[in-house]
Design a protein. Structure first.
Length: 206
């Protein structure tokens, strides 16, 4: 959905020019949790995201070396920010909310607004917060369409907790850890920690 097609969307704050308002955005959202909306003012495409610390999240967005590093992220919104520049983006805080409600509220707005820049149409988090039953079902349906072509079992060991988790495919692994498939493969191939935390082992079929 284009931003100009959204009717009666109430928001907390609008930052009309993110290029000149970077410091203000970071300062005003320090240690706040909530849902945000990026809008490309040229083509009206949008992106919905959430964070338990919006100030830190926006620091990452305004760090060019971070958003341009394919080992960290390969997201559509990062690519768009690089292509069009911050001055061509508007940032809105749709809603401030409690940390435990971030994922649920993000999913609500993804379903409502159908943002073009969101690669996955379900909210996810690497912080361990629980999805609602409805959002879990959405995840299952979405992943079912993609798993068949990339169903290599993946074993993930969390170096922080020393807990090992098995996933049925690279796709489900990437979704569970809030990253992308390329990063999962790269970590396994180079024997580096995924997201500086997880040991990756992929079992490829003969």
């Amino acid at each position: 959905m284009k931003r100009n097609e959204i009717k009666n969307l109430k928001v907390e704050i609008i930052y009309s020019n993110t290029d000149i308002m970077k410091n203000q955005i970071i300062k005003e959202n320090k240690k706040k949790s909530g849902i945000y909306l990026w809008t490309n003012i040229i083509n009206e495409k949008i992106y919905v995201g959430s964070s338990i610390n919006l100030g830190n999240r926006f620091k990452d967005y305004f760090n060019y070396s971070h958003i341009s590093n394919p080992k960290i992220s390969n997201s559509n919104i990062h690519k768009a920010l690089i292509k069009y520049g911050y001055s061509n983006f508007q940032l809105e805080i749709i809603e401030y909310c409690k940390i435990d409600n971030c994922i649920e509220r993000e999913q609500y707005y993804i379903d409502l607004l159908q943002p073009e820049y969101n690669i996955l149409k379900f909210a996810s988090s690497s912080k361990g917060y629980k999805h609602t039953k409805e959002s879990i079902e959405k995840i299952r349906k979405h992943l079912k369409k993609h798993n068949a072509k990339k169903k290599y079992p993946v074993e993930i060991t969390d170096t922080y907790s020393n807990i090992t988790t098995n996933y049925e495919s690279i796709v489900t692994t990437a979704a569970a850890l809030n990253t992308n498939e390329k990063n999962v493969r790269y970590a396994e191939k180079t024997n580096k920690l995924l997201l500086k935390r997880y040991i990756v082992k992929i079992t490829r079929k003969p």
